[in-house]
Design a protein around this ligand. Sequence first.
Ligand code: UT7
Length: 318
Amino acid sequence: MRIPDVAPGAKVLAFGHYQPATIVTNDDLAKVMDTNDEWIQSRVGIRERRIASEGESVEDMAVQAGGKALAASGLSASDIDLVIVATCTLETQIPNAAAVVAHRLGIESPGAFDVNAACAGFCYALATASAAVRGGSARNVLVIGSEKLSQWVDPTDRSTAVIFADGAGAAVVAPSDTPGIGPVVWGSAGDRSDAIIINDRNDSLHQEGQAVFRWATTALHPVAREACERAGVDPSELAAFVPHQANLRIIEAIARKLGADKAVIARDIVTAGNTSAASIPLALSRMIERGEVRSGDLALVLGFGAGLTYAGQVIEVP
Ligand code: UT7
């Protein structure tokens, strides 16, 4: 047996994102359910969110975001030999999204699979992509988080409909001489699996909001710190902190406890809502586009959600 040459490191070459065209404001929601702009902004931090059209699928949004990341990376479709889609909101279980998306992007016969680690999915997929590149089982990987939460949320349920939204974000992962993706710290709390749940295919998403809030604001800053420690980075050196966009109060609580004093904190939730596995690459891609972070900056990404699952790693901004 021969072991292939392995790359010393892996890095993100480029990000890309896609948001559906329809903007739904808090006032729009207040017209159809018992809620109001003041409650949503003060309790969750969302001002508006994007909702996909009826015919627009998880795969459609993934193709848009993946295509942009690929174009920005300077690679061509033939350079990609592994595609991973992180999602928990596919309309059907078969076929998987990754194979369909790869085909539509003109990527011929790559390895293709989906990851379901709910809102932590992108960080799981990024870690898997990094390991595949460093271990020699892939040259370049397209990693996409794409979600259509609107098709799994009861549009009249004010406890979820005001929070969850649709969108996609993507990254191209390639080999590098120096590490650009730090070691992942990941884990789960399966004893809390009913805290965020869709019971069956006719059901909608339910979450024990307060219980998840308590967990997120008490259990995750040590994970964030450990991800920094394992990458040999002090939190004070972080230029950006990009946690899953679940709730602005959670984002700010973890940031405070982490002590990333110089970091720009992602607050994409304000205009994008909670897009589960898409929220981290969507937020970071938009921060890069707005010039809030620069190439070479260190950013901590931290996903968490149903499962319960969590994962975080330090990455170098492309
Ligand atoms: O992405 C996956 C991970 N998920 C999370 O991290 C979510 C974590 N949890 C949260 O972000 C928050 O718990 C929520 C945003 C889900 C809810 O916020 P909360 O501050 O925990 O509110 P609550 O559920 O305790 O509800 C407080 C009050 C209740 O009224 P009473 O019983 O005090 O009279 C609710 O009925 O607010 C009421 N309420 C609303 N009022 C207006 C609940 N939803 C709404 C609404 N508009 N949309």
